[in-house]
Design a protein around this ligand. Structure first.
Ligand code: ZN
Length: 240
């Protein structure tokens, strides 16, 4: 089965559409949370995700914040303004969709999905090998796919080794055990502004990272028109 793996769309419909065009045919879509926040298209993004074939999706911290499940004091000012704007603009149906998302889900015999980490799905950032290693104790499957950092990284463990391999944009077989992040569709933060996603093959366990160009000025214009903080527009062209 060919699976589209996406994360951190952050209400950027133009980036999401480019990813879907670029990905071609896939049998299932696994979405790692943060469908909303920062960008101007929350309803359109949720509706596009809901239509994906065999969708499995987990909740992210921005989704939880929009639902009122997190203290907004934990967000910086510009992120909080986008959460509040999203609360004012989201349809009831899309609120309900976000409200039904699980924090962590096992999608097949090999893979668990979580937004931040399997240990603390809503908040933890997996940015280093030490934190990643601790997290290998918190999922039963061989692999866990996460988002949240907006960085396409892989932490790989072969033969039970505690000496993890840490790779950017890893391309290949996932081996014994691994934690993978496909990067962000709607707000990449690795100084590469191209939208990021991955294709995962459930039979071969091969992971393929992808990047795709999209019309950034069009998104920036919508951010400006809606009155969302200017910072959310500026950062898209530099990928941070
Ligand atoms: Zn995010």
């Amino acid at each position: 089965m060919r699976v589209l793996v996406i994360s951190d769309i952050h209400s950027n419909l133009t980036a999401l559409e480019s990813v879907l065009d670029d990905a071609g045919q896939f049998d299932a879509a696994w979405c790692l949370g943060d469908l909303v926040g920062y960008g101007p298209d929350p309803n359109e993004c949720i509706e596009a995700v809901r239509k994906l074939p065999n969708l499995s999706c987990v909740i992210g911290n921005h989704d939880a914040a929009v639902l009122g499940q997190l203290d907004l004091e934990s967000f910086n000012r510009d992120a909080r303004l986008a959460v509040e704007w999203t609360q004012d603009n989201l349809t009831l149906e899309n609120f309900a969709f976000l409200g039904n998302l699980p924090e962590k889900v096992q999608v097949d015999s090999n893979v668990t999905l979580a937004h931040g980490s399997p240990r603390n799905p809503i908040w933890e950032y997996l940015l280093d090998s030490y934190t990643a290693l601790e997290n290998f104790k918190h999922f039963e499957t061989r692999y866990c796919f996460v988002g949240h950092t907006h960085l396409p990284v892989a932490f790989l463990s072969q033969n039970g080794s505690t000496d993890l391999e840490w790779k950017i944009s890893y391309n290949g077989n996932l081996g014994d055990r691994a934690i993978l992040n496909p990067g962000s569709v709607g707000q990449p933060r690795d100084h590469n502004p191209l939208a990021a996603y991955a294709i995962y093959d459930t039979e071969t366990t091969i992971w393929e990272p992808h990047r795709v160009d999209y019309n950034i000025p069009a998104v920036q214009q919508r951010i400006t028109m809606t009155g969302l903080p200017r910072r959310h527009a500026v950062r898209l062209e530099d990928g941070w």
